[in-house]
Design a protein. Structure first.
Length: 249
């Protein structure tokens, strides 16, 4: 999936971009509202992160202009990113056509919680011909897996992966039941546990999906939580297959 990051602050942009790329997204950058508008008109983005205060054209004005674009371009989710904390700021962002608000300073948990609410189960690179990083296609983050195995006696790895498989599949089944019953408390508990487990092993797609369920539950968005929950079993199988391939290799 491709995200447009519009922010004129170099440090804020670097921080957000680092998090997004690490999560597997393709990221384009804009330093002004005018540049963001031009990019949104030319490229089909899955989501736009829009700073409110930018030169040439502020984020509110840029958002109003984007909403006038035809087709998918005009309906792309736009999340405000601002350090403003004055009463009514969030309402002004929503009135301009933004979908939600992320407070600065940006942190991974807050950013991914909001993005998880608006996007599908996991990031999908647009295609390899458009510059997608082939590593993002791998369901296992190699750096995380390497650090994990570096901390272990090699003989323990099969047992550890076996434990992952058992727990991930058990939690996936519980998430499916909780989603069917709209049991949000159970969904929250099981998805958070699955996200933590997936993060330990570097199962990035599974973690992104589980984190998205948790984020949706915590804002009361049961429909999104159920939609994401429908992907958990397949993503668990994907992670298991990738880990078994590494074990056999």
């Amino acid at each position: 999936m491709r995200i447009l990051l519009a922010d004129d602050n170099d440090t804020n942009r670097l921080l957000a971009r680092t998090i997004l790329v690490d999560e597997g997204f393709l990221v384009d950058e804009a330093l002004t509202g005018a540049t963001a508008l031009d990019a949104a008109a030319r490229m089909a983005y899955d989501l736009i992160l829009m700073d409110v205060s930018m030169p040439e054209m502020d984020g509110l004005t840029a958002t109003r202009a984007i909403r006038k674009l035809p087709g998918r371009a005009g309906s792309v989710p736009i999340l405000a990113m601002t350090a403003h904390a004055m009463p009514g700021d969030r309402e002004r962002c929503l009135a301009a056509g933004m979908d939600d608000h992320i407070a600065k300073p940006v942190n991974r948990t807050g950013l991914m919680s909001q993005i998880g609410r608006w996007l599908a189960a996991r990031p999908k690179p647009v295609n390899s011909g458009e510059g997608a990083d082939s590593a993002a296609l791998d369901p296992i983050d190699e750096d995380t897996f390497r650090r994990l195995t570096g901390d272990l006696d090699g003989g323990l790895l099969p047992d550890l992966i076996g434990s992952f498989i058992a727990e991930a599949r058990a939690r996936s089944m519980k998430i499916g039941r909780a989603a069917a019953e709209t049991n949000l408390a159970a969904l929250d508990n099981e998805s958070q546990g699955l996200a933590d487990l997936a993060e330990t092993f570097g199962a990035r797609h599974l973690r992104h999906c589980a984190s998205g369920i948790t984020a949706a539950v915590r804002v009361g968005d049961a429909d999104t939580a159920r939609t994401l929950a429908a992907s958990v079993n397949n993503l668990t199988d994907e992670a298991v297959e990738a880990l078994m391939t590494r074990l056999s290799g």
